[in-house]
Design a protein around this ligand. Structure first.
Ligand SMILES: NC(=O)c1ccc[n+]([C@@H]2O[C@H](COP(=O)([O-])OP(=O)(O)OC[C@H]3O[C@@H](n4cnc5c(N)ncnc54)[C@H](O)[C@@H]3O)[C@@H](O)[C@H]2O)c1
Length: 369
């Protein structure tokens, strides 16, 4: 996908989701999409609201009454309690079934806002305006919404497509470096699962510093990968599972750290463990696993972890993963760079034993070499 627009058309659905992508395009937001809205509420966290909600409110309030609802930043806000507070505030503000929510922020704001939109008065329209690299290349696309529960990450949620995803890459100019690395890790994951030439492009760089223009140049292809997969399998019956590479163990590590480890960092650790398991099982080509590890070093994401989580706790959270069936832990793993293993039953997952998971966590703790 080049800069411009793309549409996700899900078979059997009357509405399509348009994805707009460009740099410094906020003023070109397609306000016509909001013509039928009775009012608008922008949901954002306090960091992003301070930076960007003013300019968007100005834009939308030219035609509609526009409110701002702010939440505390960070994963610990992604709860049912916050969702309930947002819904209650919407009700106080008089929002109705024709109101539109705008998710302005990273993946936390996007997942929460989509979830609230899917349940408020049985469902209202919403728009994703992602402001982190991770949200621009991944979480804003595909309609997975939800919140974390006491018993695990993303355990309560819905599939609910936004009417539009509006990606203005100029928002990335204010993103702290560690958040850039989180997004880059998702870009690397996307290249491993589906685009070997993109992986080679990242691999062939001589410097480990990615300039903002370089980062921006990686966004269109990554958005293209995610959109294509979602279009083929919205509800994750088969091929959408490949997007979960690194996420089975990653989510469990994130939950077991009580969210002190970020989602991006946890997914990197998950890719290391899941890649290692696949390599030990003879599924993931050994040389390609080494290339993954070296690219993670290149983007400064080869984390050394010792005490941030307990292995037994990770194991407990892994057993709650939504891909598991009949108590068997299942994960999506690569066969080589650019191609995921299709699994024995063609469902893009392989079964993994608890012992293998514990061994991989020990390997990670001992330095992951
Ligand atoms: N729905 C999906 O398909 C999907 C996919 C991947 C991840 N996710 C979810 O996404 C979440 C992680 O998203 P994230 O990494 O964007 O985290 P995040 O939303 O917590 O944002 C990270 C931090 O960056 C700040 N920030 C955001 N935009 C900024 C900007 N432009 N300038 C300066 N600071 C900015 C935020 O305030 C926050 O402190 C997790 O909850 C994860 O489960 C969902």
């Amino acid at each position: 996908m080049a800069q411009g627009t793309l549409e996700i058309v899900i078979p059997g659905r009357p509405a399509k989701c348009s994805i707009f992508l460009g740099d410094h395009i906020s003023r070109q937001f397609p306000v016509a999409l909001l013509n039928e809205a009775t009012s608008i509420a922008i949901v954002s966290d306090e960091v992003v609201a301070r930076l960007y909600s003013g300019q968007l409110r100005q834009l939308f309030s030219k035609t509609k009454t526009t409110h701002i609802i702010t939440i505390r930043h960070g994963e610990r806000s992604k709860t049912l309690a916050t969702a309930s507070r947002i819904a209650s505030r919407m009700s106080d503000l008089g929002l109705d079934r024709k109101s539109v929510l705008i998710a302005l922020g990273g993946g936390v704001v996007g997942d929460l806002t989509g979830f609230v939109a899917s349940i408020f008065k049985r469902g209202i329209n919403y728009v994703q305006i992602p402001t982190t690299l991770l949200a621009q290349v991944d979480s804003s696309i595909g309609g997975k919404c939800g919140v974390d529960a006491d018993w695990g990450k993303n355990q309560i949620g819905t599939f609910y497509q936004p009417i539009c995803v509006f990606i203005d890459t100029s928002f990335l100019d204010t993103l702290p470096e560690h958040e850039v690395v989180n997004g880059l890790a998702e870009i690397v994951k996307s290249s491993i699962i589906a685009n070997s030439s993109m992986f080679e492009k990242i691999e062939s760089r001589t410097s480990d510093f990615f300039s903002i223009p370089e980062l921006k140049s990686l966004i269109p292809s990554t958005v293209g990968i995610k959109s294509k997969v979602v279009e083929t399998d919205e509800r994750e019956a088969n091929v959408r599972r490949i997007l979960n590479y690194g996420h089975t163990i990653g989510h469990a590590i994130e939950s077991s750290s009580d969210y002190s480890l970020s989602h991006g960092k946890s997914v990197v650790l998950g890719m290391m463990c899941e890649g290692w398991i696949a390599c030990q099982s003879g599924i993931f080509d050994r040389k390609d696993f080494a290339r993954q590890q070296s690219v993670l070093s290149k983007i400064r994401a080869r984390y050394k972890i010792k005490t941030d989580f307990e292995s037994r706790k990770v194991l407990r959270f892994v057993t709650l993963d939504k891909k598991n069936t009949a108590g068997i832990v299942r994960m999506s793993v690569p066969e080589r760079i650019g191609k995921m293993d299709t699994g024995t039953d063609g469902n893009f997952t392989v079964s993994v034993s608890r012992e293998q998971i514990l061994q991989s966590l020990n390997w990670l703790r001992s330095g992951g070499n």
